[in-house]
Design a protein around this ligand. Structure first.
Ligand SMILES: [Zn+2]
Length: 335
């Protein structure tokens, strides 16, 4: 394991434990520094004991680099590997085992921290057959949403990567913003080129319930929309769920074949259990998605699997438990 690989794995483990504190930031910084240095200089400095003279390398990261170069056990990493496993229940494990892909994630193209390739290689390592890349749409400027031009560029980059990663498949997609009137932040022409479209509300989350219901139903009914992302918009302990009439929204999801996302981010876990139960009753389809912004967060699907098992989501209605071709036929409207 090279020093860069060891530091990458440390960052991955801290991410999957949702550690966003000082230590995680320090290791991300150390990783950037290590990546930018010629490997020979890193080795020379490790020998001379001068790693910590580099801005961004502290005692902990220097130790990881030294131990990686020595070729033996990297003590801090071994400790993290054991300590940061994402918990899963036996019933949740049945769902996790059934998942063949992940349909919502971000790369450096928008607000993610990893390259598309790093996300894809992690998805492969997690046993997935495919993933959908869903960076943000232009209106979300804080997240560097993708213009039509950048999206086309991304689609062509994905085609190149697919050539290298086969049989694994990166499917093209987007997390498109649902605008205030329920229209979407990209036109029909762009959306029809993509394999999978996740639509989410990211603005005006506090609008009146009646308007929010109309807004969401209009988006759900859009033939390009395949998945309704994190439907209530809640942030646990920080932001209440939006107000909308879930009967209308889930009835529309069932009618227009728009899957309800079970968002696995620990701060979201959206929808809450009672709404998830209601969506089951309406006959909705589901997608258990990490919404990852870093490689470690791709390991978050167990959070949603545990919840799906608890509430009794029918496994045959989980669209990312289907093979890619079945999923693509469904998103194309053939099912
Ligand atoms: Zn997202």
């Amino acid at each position: 394991m090279t020093p860069v690989e060891a530091l990458e794995r440390v960052v991955h483990c801290l991410d999957r434990a949702h550690d966003t504190g000082y230590k995680a930031k320090a290791f991300i910084r150390a990783l950037d520094v290590a990546r930018a240095l010629p490997p020979t200089e890193l080795a020379e400095r490790a020998d001379a004991g001068t790693l910590t003279q580099l801005d961004g390398i502290g005692d902990s990261s220097a130790k990881v680099i030294q131990q990686a170069l020595a070729g033996g056990d990297v003590a801090y990493l071994s400790e993290l590997e054991a300590k940061t496993q994402v918990p899963i229940t036996p019933a949740g494990e049945v769902y996790r085992q059934a998942l063949l892909g992940d349909l919502h994630m971000h790369s450096r193209w928008s607000d993610g921290g990893a390259t598309i390739e790093a996300m894809a290689r992690t998805a492969v390592a997690l046993g997935h057959e495919y993933m959908v890349l869903t960076d943000h749409s232009p209106r979300l400027t804080v997240a560097h949403g993708l213009s039509e031009e950048r999206l086309h560029q991304q689609v062509s980059d994905v085609a190149t990567l697919n050539g290298q990663l086969a049989p694994f498949r990166i499917l093209t997609g987007i997390e498109v913003d649902i605008l205030e009137d329920g229209t979407l932040d990209h036109g029909d022409a762009v959306l029809s080129e993509l394999d999978v479209v996740v639509a989410s509300v990211h603005s005006k989350l506090r609008m009146a319930g009646k308007e929010m219901t109309e807004r969401m139903v209009r988006a759900v009914a859009n033939p390009h929309v395949d998945i309704l992302g994190h439907c209530t918009g809640r942030m646990i302990g920080k932001r209440d769920p939006s107000s909308f009439d879930p009967d209308y929204v889930f009835a529309a999801c069932a009618q227009f074949h728009t899957a309800v996302e079970i968002n696995c981010r620990p701060e979201r876990l959206d929808p809450p259990r009672p709404l998830l139960q209601l969506a089951i009753d309406y006959g909705c389809y589901f997608a258990i998605n990490s919404d990852a912004q870093a490689t470690g967060q791709l390991e978050w699907q167990p959070h949603g699997c545990n919840r799906a098992a608890e509430v009794g989501v029918p496994l045959d209605r989980v669209i990312n438990a289907w093979p890619a071709d079945q999923l693509l036929a469904w998103t194309a409207g053939a099912a």
